[in-house]
Design a protein around this ligand. Structure first.
Ligand code: ADP
Ligand code: MG
Length: 271
């Protein structure tokens, strides 16, 4: 079984961090089997880190994923408690991660998630806005990829680039990596998906590539991180909480179940 989800989109401002935090908190609240979630923040800018640790503008955390990746501390020693109402742990980011982005080391994070997988129900990896070494480490470590994308930022070019990267990772180092799907974010309730674009994206990623639940634009989703809260504890009945909850309960958990079966088949077919 894999319980590692990488949240990836090479474009900045696409809803990766918002989705990472609210899916992490949502899994704890709404999935029956999950009692513990770990977030690993692989983005040197550390937005997940500052929200989960309750820092407006802090110094770099004393222990970070950078220290774990360079093997100065063990994976377990990189873990820190968070201020969220939900019982989420984090391995914080550090600005020093930038220096790792210049290396050609792609499999370090995998060793970390392997060491921690049995301690957590789910591990979510928040990634930087590019497809460089830090994102590739995340893809090598993950079982599943979730791609948040605003409707106006959903471009065929970006999706092709992402598909090529996923293929390359599958072929070289992680043949069990599976695409969970594209989650439309920041959608105006009245905007319709462009049918031509939907067809082009499904040609690249397959029939059900785009989740049916769309995350609408909701200012509460912007306010919640400033209060160091998930959307469910910030305002459990707002539109943002409703759509993320629907996404989890109606689609994400089912899709994860289906892909887990496929993963088992792939593993059995090897023998
Ligand atoms: N559904 C939404 N409605 C309103 N604002 C959102 C929504 N999703 C994300 N945002 C805001 O958009 C900005 C970028 O989102 P973020 O999750 O940080 O993207 P990324 O991690 O991909 O850079 C943030 O200020 C965030 O609060
Ligand atoms: Mg981010």
């Amino acid at each position: 079984m894999s319980n590692v989800i990488a949240v990836v989109n090479p474009k900045g401002g696409s809803g990766k961090t918002t989705t990472t935090l609210n899916v992490a908190a949502g899994l704890l609240r709404y999935s029956e089997i999950t009692s513990s979630v770990l977030v690993i923040d692989m983005d040197p800018h550390g937005c997940s880190t500052s929200t989960l640790l309750g820092k407006v503008e802090g110094n770099a955390p004393s222990r970070s994923i950078f220290d774990v990746l360079r093997r100065a501390i063990t994976p377990h020693d990189g873990i820190t408690n968070t201020v969220f109402a939900e019982n989420i742990d984090i391995i914080p980011s550090s600005p020093h991660l930038e220096s790792m982005a210049k290396t050609q080391i792609f499999d370090r994070l995998k060793k970390v998630t392997e060491a921690l997988a049995s301690s957590y129900g789910w591990i979510l990896i928040d990634t930087p806005p590019n497809l460089g070494v830090l994102t590739q480490n995340s893809l090598v470590a993950a079982g599943y990829v979730l791609v948040p994308s605003p409707i106006n930022g959903l471009s065929v070019g970006t999706m092709r680039l992402l598909k090529d990267t996923l293929d390359a990772v599958q072929n070289s180092s992680n043949d069990l990596l599976q695409m969970l799907g594209i989650l439309v974010t920041m959608k105006d309730a009245r905007t319709k998906l462009n049918e031509k674009l939907v067809k082009e994206v499904t040609d690249i990623f397959g029939e059900d590539a785009i989740f049916k639940t769309h995350i609408t634009t909701n200012t509460k989703l912007e306010e919640a991180p400033a209060e160091f809260q998930s959307i469910y504890s910030y305002d459990s009945s707002c539109v943002g909480a409703t759509v993320y909850r629907d996404f989890l309960k109606k689609e994400l958990l089912n899709r994860l179940g289906e892909l887990e079966k496929k993963r088992t088949e792939l593993i059995e077919a090897r023998y």
